[in-house]
Design a protein around this ligand. Structure first.
Ligand code: MG
Length: 255
């Protein structure tokens, strides 16, 4: 009886092994000839930019940004932060980015005004395609896949970690873009998001670009595109934005 049980376990284990693709690491374990990871100096304060980050706003100017038509930013810079100028248009980074770690801090207006999709509506669009919703969702209710930290009109956050209007909030994102080969989609985009340090999107795959009440399909495009901040007619504030490009590190995995 005991040996039959062991046989069953062995068979089950064999099935498990073949059900997933286990990564192959070509380096031997403990191989000292394997390249050491590059040194990155972390920020001296939590949430600060590490040494290999591209700083997109350090509290002083919008030199890394432009309007979508290439003109100078129409959003207002104040002491240590900048603010959406309602109905002036979206802002995009001058530099395109693909796979990345992104840190953004934002605050919705206080006192809050309006309801549903109005108060503090803005958005962080990864590669200008996938919107992470920015909204006052502290007490304000809207449809779940439209609240703060949602992948807009696709995935609600797992939990609501929103702070009150006027308080600074953080988004920390790990993003990988879609990949195409010969006109075929070979890799879905993926998003992991921490909202105020709380995991709210755990390696989710967008169904394609985000849109209002639509789920359009993926379309072939470049591996990099500007990060976009949405003007949704609300004076949302932003500060301390930085991004680490990950493609220069990813290729070393398993080689
Ligand atoms: Mg929005």
């Amino acid at each position: 009886m005991k040996s039959r049980t062991l046989l069953f376990i062995a068979a089950a284990a064999a099935v498990t092994v073949f059900a997933v693709e286990v990564p192959v690491i070509h380096w031997k374990t403990g191989d000292r000839s394997r390249p050491l990871p590059p040194k990155v100096t972390p920020a001296s304060t939590p949430g600060g930019a590490p040494s290999d980050a591209v700083v997109l706003f350090d509290g002083h100017d919008l030199s890394a940004w432009q309007q979508k038509d290439g003109s100078a930013p129409k959003w207002q810079v104040h002491d240590g932060y900048f603010q959406v100028t309602p109905d002036s248009g979206d802002l995009v980074t001058k530099q395109p980015f693909g796979d990345a770690q992104i840190h953004v801090e934002w605050a919705s207006p206080s006192p809050t005004r309006g309801s549903d999709q109005e108060p503090g509506n803005s958005g962080v669009y990864l590669m200008s395609l996938y919107e992470i919703q920015v909204l006052d969702s502290y007490k304000n209710k809207t449809y779940p896949d439209g609240q703060a930290a949602a992948i807009y009109c696709q995935y609600p956050p797992e939990v609501n970690a929103c702070r009150p209007p006027g308080e600074w909030q953080t988004y920390d994102v790990i993003f990988h873009g879609a990949r195409w080969a010969n006109g075929k989609l070979t890799r879905l985009a993926s998003v992991t998001l921490l909202h105020n340090g709380v995991l709210v999107q755990d390696n989710v795959h967008p169904t394609g670009p985000t849109d209002y009440m639509k789920r359009p399909p993926y379309e072939p495009g470049p591996d990099k595109a500007p990060l976009l901040l949405q003007d949704h007619g609300q004076p949302v504030r932003y500060r301390n934005i930085w991004i680490r490009e990950l493609d220069k590190y990813e290729s070393k995995w398993g080689e």
